[in-house]
Design a protein around this ligand. Structure first.
Ligand SMILES: Cc1cc2nc3c(=O)[nH]c(=O)nc-3n(C[C@H](O)[C@H](O)[C@H](O)COP(=O)(O)OP(=O)(O)OC[C@H]3O[C@@H](n4cnc5c(N)ncnc54)[C@H](O)[C@@H]3O)c2cc1C
Length: 350
């Protein structure tokens, strides 16, 4: 089966990986570069059971396990790191810790190394693309100029050439509704998130922090701290709804956001003051109308598939999303009920 996968974020990369591994003829079409958007800049936090009770729970749980398998396949090249996870607050209660900033306390253990982990999302996404290419997929970069139905399949114009396939998977993240396709798709909204990437001389202990702050004193109400195995630390916070720019690489931080995040991060974890380098970043989370990912066929458009809308959990759920798309496209039995993710569900359109 010939499949075009549009977008080389973690969702497109994982879809191409599972399809190519099972013998499909895959071409990945990426407008800029693999992992250039949220999939390269996310925190990379993974949790087994934080989505329990939600329609997406089976996707999260399956994917948490797949991350472990991929990390073993990649011989630790993905930065996979089991972590303990703590809630930290600036208000009273809890235990003080010598390594926390003055006034901060450890309040609650939110996850164990068996249930929470980190991965380097850029490395993961690029590795999935490389492995897909190793299994025969092609990676093409450029801006698609038009996608149209042709016979029983689809035709895509790209840089003066025409690509044809029986199926097309749109894995365009927040750019889903900007693609030049004359098809009405369910809406995908964008939530801009800020982050800082610190480079430290030594890795911090494997301890993720979710910090609740005092907005008056700290300039924001919460932030997350992700210490990676390679000595880098990603601090994320400050989100707001946004409109995606046409060019994915043009997403940038709001004025003053990096300074606010930096001051608050150092207040929570003074070790961050010794960083050799601090890089401010911003990226967009793709969010569906009901908050559940859109994974499946576009209603009324045979051969056109959607894979997006993962909001804050796209890195976690990337592997199982790619596996599900491959199962559905190739006629295999999915590992869990795909119906909650069907793009045709009424709640996918507001
Ligand atoms: C600050 C922040 C922190 C986060 N932390 C975490 C976390 O800790 N854990 C977690 O699980 N998730 C996290 N997320 C969420 C996660 O990053 C996203 O859900 C995920 O990366 C979305 O992946 P995607 O492949 O759908 O989209 P994207 O990564 O946005 O990829 C879409 C791709 O499509 C390409 N594209 C756009 N238009 C076209 C076109 N016309 N043709 C071809 N290609 C095109 C883009 O260049 C891009 O490469 C975080 C997000 C943010 C913003």
């Amino acid at each position: 089966m010939k499949v075009l996968v549009l977008g080389a974020g973690v969702i497109g990369a994982a879809t191409a990986f599972f399809l190519a591994r099972r013998g499909a003829a895959v071409a990945i079409v990426e407008r800029a570069a693999p992992a250039c958007a949220a999939s390269g800049k996310a925190g990379g936090f993974l949790a087994l059971d934080w989505c329990d009770g939600l329609p997406r729970a089976p996707l999260s749980r399956r994917s948490f396990g797949l991350h472990g398998e991929l990390a073993r396949d990649a011989a630790d090249a993905l930065g996979h790191r089991p972590v303990e996870t703590w809630l930290v607050t600036a208000s009273g209660g809890g235990e003080p810790a010598a390594w926390l900033g003055p006034g901060f306390h450890l309040v609650e253990r939110l996850g164990e190394p068996t249930t929470t982990a980190l991965v380097d999302p850029a490395r993961l996404t690029c590795w999935l693309v490389e492995r897909a290419v190793g299994a025969g997929a092609r990676l093409l970069t450029g801006t698609p100029e038009g996608l149209e139905p042709e016979g029983r399949g689809w035709r895509l114009r790209l840089a003066g050439t025409t690509l044809r396939a029986e199926a097309v998977v749109l894995a365009l993240g927040p750019w889903t509704n900007l693609a030049r396709i004359r098809v009405k798709l369910p809406p995908v909204f964008a939530l801009l998130g800020h982050s800082l990437r610190f480079e430290l001389a030594e890795p911090l202990p494997p301890r993720v922090l979710f910090a609740r702050l005092d907005p008056v004193r700290h300039g924001l109400d919460e932030l997350e701290i992700y210490p990676r195995a390679d000595g880098s630390v990603v601090v994320a916070g400050l989100s707001r709804p946004a409109r995606p720019p046409a060019e994915p690489t043009a997403v940038g931080p709001d004025p003053g956001a990096a300074e606010r995040l930096l001051a608050a991060a150092r207040a929570v974890l003074p070790a961050l003051s010794h960083a050799r380098r601090v890089e401010p970043r911003a990226c967009l989370r793709p969010v569906s109308a009901d908050g559940t990912p859109l994974l499946g066929p576009v209603p009324g458009r045979p051969g056109l598939w959607l894979a997006t809308g993962h909001g804050p959990w796209g890195i976690l759920e990337g592997p199982a999303s790619g596996e599900l798309l491959a199962d559905l496209l190739l006629g295999a039995t999915p590992k869990f009920d795909p119906r909650p993710f069907d793009p045709a569900r009424p709640t996918a359109r507001p």
